[in-house]
Ligand binder design. Structure first.
Ligand code: NAD
Ligand code: DAU
Length: 363
């Protein structure tokens, strides 16, 4: 492929997934002088209909492929002179990693290694201006008690196969910086929400179950705490860090917006009742406390002070407004929701939730 008239060619891995599709759309629209290549295997979590509005743009191209396939990754770097990689492709759901960790090890560790190796080999001696940007998670830091928050200095303490595989990939990325001088930047972000998130994750799952008047499964007592960030705010941070982040540095990204799961689920119920014109309190009756997730991290909270101080980033969206807009998006886009919840999803849902016992110890 010729560089043509584009200023930069950037490879986004996992661009058909939730965060990746928002990032691809953002970059394609904001930087018409960049060629954006979306490399995605299209697993159950990848969906090209997430990108319908940009698929015909002159500065966008989709390549289907598996980052675990080393010769494929190497060929891609041979064929396309890349200025940057923003690496999001991953197996991303904790519950799936508990049931079958194999793909998490392959994609998140071996896949990341293949990309690093290809970048090192192909960029050798010409790393000026190039960047391997690795998108990671706050889950690598483990779990918090009631006080404090994760900083970039927090020790790694992953506790699920998912977070352990992401931690391994982070270590590999830093090793390539220190050992080979590969220009890298990393970020570790808290829980994202917004349109196009696969409804195995808490927020879209709750909305989908409210829509279908199905029980809402809350693990344990619903006391676990997550720090929620609207996906577009994460994308804005990635854009900023890709262009201005320091090489070899890690940046935490988070909303400063902690919610106990049960409080968040109740808020979604209240907002949904209003949007759907249902009797107030009717969705809350669907809440069902079920067997807890094994090794369930109690609390995540991110200190994003470094990113704020260095680059002036802070979340732009007010949480409740963004949540309300997100609920409306899922309810209005029932075609999307129906298409992703047919087939494989039904099997997953039955296997994941039918074995869970009702837990009357919940509130
Ligand atoms: P997602 O599961 O929605 O999307 C993952 C994408 O990667 C899919 O399009 C899938 O097809 C693709 N993919 C999976 N295996 C692949 C392979 N072997 N080769 C090529 N493509 C493959 O995930 P997401 O929620 O959008 O997360 C994206 C990234 O951000 C992940 O690295 C995740 O660890 C990280 N992250 C997510 C969150 C969150 O709250 N969702 C928060 C912090 C960090
Ligand atoms: O913190 C960042 C991470 O956030 C990302 O790295 C992961 O890719 C992403 O999946 C997310 O992980 P969580 O495990 O926090 O997200 P999930 O939506 O699966 O769960 C959020 C909380 O809700 C968690 O405490 C478990 C709970 N939960 C989840 C589901 C699916 C329930 O109570 N019931 C459920 O059915």
């Amino acid at each position: 492929m010729k560089r043509g008239s584009f200023k930069k060619t950037i490879l986004i891995t996992g661009g058909a997934g939730f965060i990746g599709s928002h990032l691809v759309r953002h970059l394609v629209k904001r930087y018409p002088d960049y060629m954006i290549i979306n490399l995605d295997k299209l697993t159950y979590a990848g969906n090209l209909s997430n990108l319908k509005d940009v698929e015909h743009c002159a500065n966008y191209r989709f390549v289907r492929g598996d980052i675990v396939d080393q010769p494929f990754v190497s060929d891609l770097f041979d064929q396309i002179p890349l200025d940057g990689v923003i690496h999001l492709a991953a197996e991303s759901h904790v519950d799936r990693s508990i049931v079958s960790p194999d793909d998490f090890i392959r994609t998140n560790i071996t896949g990341t290694f293949n990309l690093l190796h290809a970048a090192k080999t192909h960029w050798h001696g010409t790393t000026g201006g190039k960047l391997f940007y690795h998108v990671s998670t706050d889950e690598v830091y483990g779990t918090l008690g009631p006080e404090g928050s994760f900083t970039e200095q927090s020790p790694y303490d992953p506790r699920s196969p998912y977070s352990a595989s992401k931690a391994s990939s982070d270590h590999l990325v830093r090793a390539y910086f220190h050992t080979y001088g590969l220009p890298v930047t990393l970020s570790n972000c808290s829980n994202n929400f917004g349109p196009f998130q696969f409804p195995e994750k808490l927020i879209p799952l709750v909305i989908n179950n409210i829509r279908n008047m199905k029980p809402i499964p809350v693990y344990g007592k619903g006391e676990n705490v997550r720090d929620w960030l609207y996906v577009e705010d994460h994308v804005a941070a990635i854009d900023l860090l890709f262009h201005q982040g320091r090489r070899g540095q890690t940046y935490n990204i988070g909303g400063g917006n902690e919610w106990r799961n049960i409080d968040l689920v109740r808020l979604i119920c209240r907002l949904s009742d209003g949007i759907l014109g249902r009797t107030p309190g009717s969705s809350e009756k669907l809440i069902t406390f079920v067997t807890d997730r094994p090794g369930h991290d109690l609390r995540y909270a991110i200190d994003a002070g470094k990113l704020r101080k260095e680059l002036g980033w802070s979340p732009a969206r007010e949480f409740e407004k963004a949540l309300d807009a997100t609920i409306r998006w899922y309810l209005e886009n029932d075609e999307w929701l129906n298409s992703v919840t047919s087939g494989e999803y039904q099997k997953y849902y039955t296997e994941q939730y039918s074995g869970l016992k009702k837990d009357s110890s919940g509130e």
